[in-house]
Design a binder for this molecule. Structure first.
Ligand SMILES: Cc1cc2nc3c(=O)[nH]c(=O)nc-3n(C[C@H](O)[C@H](O)[C@H](O)COP(=O)(O)OP(=O)(O)OC[C@H]3O[C@@H](n4cnc5c(N)ncnc54)[C@H](O)[C@@H]3O)c2cc1C
Length: 395
């Protein structure tokens, strides 16, 4: 007999786990999460975990602001006194030279302030107080968001999953979804390598692995490419202390981002478009050219890292859409299906609120925040959520 659910969530990354918990919390009775590996073993585990509300797209500022409140008060949010997302509040320092990105920094700070966020322009001396390692002589603009930092996506996803289980959500781990079951223009459930399930609504949160499944079932083109991004951890003689801020260097050729890693290392990565690749790529080598290029840019901004050694490197996949923002909500002409793909390297910080909105949409409730700006149709309509910084993960 086919098992029937009110809601089936595909994928147990931070987005799927958040959605499942919110659905149960909103009253859904029979909720199932299907994940081919373990919780947060997909791209969530590759994430740099940065939490900021600094965006140039106002809708993203709002989602990040609402989500940050969840990270900051996760125990109350989940009703779990043991919940922990590993939050480190160290601030977010964004710097620019005299070029156009300085205007984008100021416009983004204004958009943050319009939503009540403490985001201010500071001067070079104040920036050096916050980050004594910072080279400032070639910089013109310094933006600072004190209530920002980073958290741990694995801890976050497992906290959502545990809270979801406590509300009765079932998790089928190690089970691979092979197809969506359809009847006319309605998704009626899911086929896996083990069984077929019926669902009133299916939420697809499969990240870079969404294309084939959604494309086969709906016949729609799915505007999503997998991109490889390289992350490098550097160790210098002078530590990058945990209290030092997340740094975004808009003056660097690659729009580098960096943050403390552990008690002394610096995690650094380029903030530009990455290399298109196969979603099946688990890990790729980080070439010496990339290490040299990113390392030189990091050392330019943080001269103490000129003689740093490479502690470790890894790669991760971004699920990138044409405007570097996600598609959230139904697909046109289809019922019984809600999608969430294309987070383009910035989905972790949005995951609490996005999960809530997806759950509301999936249960037929009005969403607290309109999902319309994130609709699939925006690409054909030319209503892109284009950021002021060009293509890249700040958006
Ligand atoms: C290098 C890197 C750095 C990043 N840094 C940041 C950052 O600093 N801040 C930020 O906000 N965001 C960041 N991100 C982005 C963020 O991590 C992602 O947007 C977020 O983790 C995506 O979560 P998800 O649940 O959509 O995807 P995933 O975690 O990838 O979950 C999808 C799940 O679907 C499962 N799956 C796939 N196919 C199937 C199938 N057929 N059947 C069953 N299960 C299946 C996978 O196993 C996986 O667990 C970064 C990403 C990367 C790669």
């Amino acid at each position: 007999m086919t098992e029937a659910y009110d809601l089936i969530v595909l994928g147990a990354g931070v987005i799927g786990c958040s959605t499942a918990w919110h659905a149960a919390r909103l009253g859904a009775k029979r909720v199932l999460v299907i994940e081919r590996n373990g919780i947060a073993e997909g791209t969530s585990s590759q994430s740099s975990g940065i939490l900021r509300t600094h965006y140039s797209v106002p809708e993203n500022v709002d989602l990040a602001r609402r989500s940050y409140a969840a990270f900051a008060g996760l125990r109350d949010y989940l009703g779990d006194p043991e919940a922990d997302c590993g939050l480190v509040v160290c601030g977010y320092l964004v710097v620019g030279d005299a070029g156009a990105r300085s205007e984008a920094i100021r416009a983004s700070l204004a958009r943050q302030r319009a939503l009540g966020i403490d985001a201010v322009e500071i001067d070079a001396a104040q920036a050096r107080e916050i980050l004594p390692l910072l080279r400032t002589d070639d910089l013109a603009t310094f933006g600072y968001e004190a209530a920002a930092g980073h958290a741990d996506p694995y801890l976050t996803a497992t906290a959502f999953a545990r809270a979801a289980r406590r509300l009765g959500v079932a998790f089928h781990l190690g089970e691979t979804v092979t197809d969506l079951a359809v009847d006319g223009a309605r998704v009626t459930g899911v086929r896996t390598d083990r069984a077929t399930y019926a669902a009133a609504t299916t939420v697809c949160a499969l990240n870079v692995w969404s294309n084939g499944l959604l494309g086969r079932a709906t016949g729609l083109p799915i505007p999503l490419v997998a991109e490889r991004h390289e992350v490098i951890a550097l160790q210098a003689q002078v530590p990058y202390l945990p209290r030092y801020p997340v740094l975004k260097d808009m003056a660097s050729p690659s729009m580098l981002y960096a943050r403390g890693y552990g008690t002394s290392q610096l995690l650094v990565s380029a903030g530009l478009e990455g290399q298109p690749t196969s979603p099946d790529e688990q890990q790729a080598d980080v070439s010496l050219d990339v290490v040299a290029d990113v390392g030189a840019q990091a050392a330019h901004r943080l001269p103490a890292f000129e003689t740093a050694g490479v502690a470790s490197t890894w790669t991760g996949l971004y699920d990138v859409t044409p405007d570097w923002n996600p598609v959230l909500g139904p697909l046109p002409g289809w019922e019984g299906l809600v999608v969430a793909f294309g987070f383009s390297g910035h989905g972790f910080k949005l995951s609490p609120e996005v999960g809530r909105l997806l759950a509301q949409a999936a249960l037929g409730l009005a969403t607290d925040v309109p999902l319309a700006p994130y609709r699939y149709e925006r690409f054909a309509e030319g209503a892109l959520l284009a950021g002021l910084y060009g293509k890249g993960a700040v958006s």
